[in-house]
Write a protein that binds this ligand. Structure first.
Ligand code: NAG
Ligand code: NAG
Ligand code: NAG
Ligand code: NAG
Ligand code: NAG
Ligand code: NAG
Ligand code: NAG
Length: 370
């Protein structure tokens, strides 16, 4: 939380003239304690983050224009200066003559101004990571959140009610992009890129026409994250769903782990793949991917593959450049669960080999790299 500045200059009120009258002195003490009360109250409200704080303090919006950012003209629609309704990103300061780019001001005994601490003139870019389950997007998101200027708020639309219709989807997006969504990813620093992780089957494809319009209107950039080897993805899906029922790690289901030991336990389960459905399932995933790319091709987007980033972390340079944030070496504490050759991860390896023999998916079996 940003430090609250508290500057009370000594000559704010004149002591000399007051000394003569004890009544006036008492009044001053009373008034002063009122001001303190209001101050403390405003801090409480700020922490609760209620919108009513704005009404209570009779907060007025005072917009000081920010200096023109040095960007290419095409980028302008992608730059935003959110004014969160929740006060979390704002500091309440007693008005001083410093020229601060403040946003909300109120007059009481002193003028109380609230502004986005230090960063109100840092433009914010909006993004959405569009992916499918078990494609490394959890790991990818922890990498992004390791950047001081990026906040990715997780799989927001895994909660059904938020995706019940287009209006709830837009409401949720508005809240996220206005920096009003408080999650562990919310940064106190200057957020330069804010977004979420969104699976294709979480209302995204169902409402893609409206969502594409929203992305274009609000300047949201799409980051596609897919997996090249769909067979490996399938193993991860099967193993994850097995673990949901069997909870291999001391009775807790985990989709992501932070130690090689845990990864080994989860990887000890070798799924058996139904070869009757194999080709159809792989094709279905491939078609979904193609449809998503086709539907969102008119938005500003980048396509990344999990395997490429695992092999060469420097691939993230392209992403940081896409989001226009300064380069950082990004780290995740997550450990990969399934490593090594595919043959050691599938129970009915021979059947799978036979099923894929001569198909376009044969190459999935060839990749023995990690
Ligand atoms: C990024 O990861 C490193 C190593 O785990 C950690 O020390 C650092 O605090 C992280 N930074 C952020 C902003 O999360
Ligand atoms: C959208 O869904 C929400 C929550 O389920 C509901 O309250 C609202 O009436 C719905 N709006 C429309 C336009 O269907
Ligand atoms: C990133 O965050 C740092 C520290 O909070 C801040 O000084 C810097 O201006 C931010 N960068 C951008 C591009 O917003
Ligand atoms: C879980 O089990 C492992 C051994 O499989 C043990 O080392 C670890 O301490 C246990 N953790 C908890 C939280 O019980
Ligand atoms: C594979 O799936 C098909 C269709 O759902 C089913 O009929 C068949 O029994 C399954 N095979 C195995 C080995 O589970
Ligand atoms: C890793 O990716 C970067 C950026 O795309 C590229 O410049 C570099 O040559 C790659 N390194 C290797 C070893 O492939
Ligand atoms: C693939 O099929 C061909 C004939 O269609 C056969 O000769 C070959 O041994 C098969 N490969 C495997 C790995 O099953």
């Amino acid at each position: 939380m940003a430090e609250d500045h508290f500057s009370l200059s000594k000559d704010s009120f004149s002591i000399k003239s007051v000394k003569k009258s004890p009544l006036v002195l008492r009044m001053i003490v009373l008034v002063f304690s009122m001001v303190c009360g209001v101050y403390i109250c405003s801090i409480c409200l700020k922490q609760v983050g209620t919108q009513s704080a704005a009404g209570f303090l009779n907060v007025k919006l005072v917009d000081r224009p920010c200096p023109e950012p040095a960007v290419e003209p095409w980028e302008i629609p992608y730059l935003h200066y959110p004014k969160p309704k929740t006060f979390s990103r704002y500091s309440i300061v007693y008005y001083t003559l410093e020229v601060q780019p403040f946003h909300y001001c109120t007059e009481f005994f002193y003028m109380i101004c609230v502004f986005r601490a230090e960063c109100s003139c840092n433009p914010v870019r909006y993004f959405a990571i569009l992916s499918m389950q078990r494609s490394g997007s959890g790991w990818f998101e922890t990498l992004l959140n390791n950047h001081t200027n990026i906040s990715s708020n997780g799989e927001i639309f895994s909660v059904k009610i938020r995706r019940s219709n287009v209006s709830t989807i837009f409401q949720t997006l508005d809240q996220i992009y206005n920096l009003d969504w408080l999650s562990s990813a919310s940064k106190n620093e200057c957020t330069a890129a804010v977004g979420l992780k969104w699976m294709l089957n979480q209302g995204l494809m169902q409402h893609h026409v409206e969502i594409v319009d929203y992305f274009k209107m609000h300047g949201v950039s799409a980051i596609f994250l897919f997996r090249r080897n769909l067979l490996r993805r399938m193993i991860s899906v099967l193993a994850n769903s097995y673990d949901r029922d069997n909870k291999l790690l001391n009775g807790t289901h985990k989709s992501h782990v932070h130690s090689p030991h845990e990864a080994e336990i989860l990887a000890s389960y070798k799924p058996s793949i139904n070869t009757t459905l194999l080709i159809k399932d792989l094709k279905q995933v491939q078609d979904t991917t193609t449809r998503a790319l086709e539907s969102f091709k008119s938005t500003r987007h980048i396509v990344l593959y999990y395997e490429d980033i695992v092999k060469n972390r420097t691939k993230l340079v392209d992403l940081l450049e896409f989001l226009k944030v300064p380069y950082r070496d990004l780290k995740s504490r997550q450990v990969k669960i399934h490593k090594g050759s595919l043959s050691s991860q599938i129970d009915n390896w021979d059947d799978v080999q036979k099923a894929l023999n001569g198909t376009e998916y044969w190459s999935f079996l060839q990749d023995y790299r990690k």
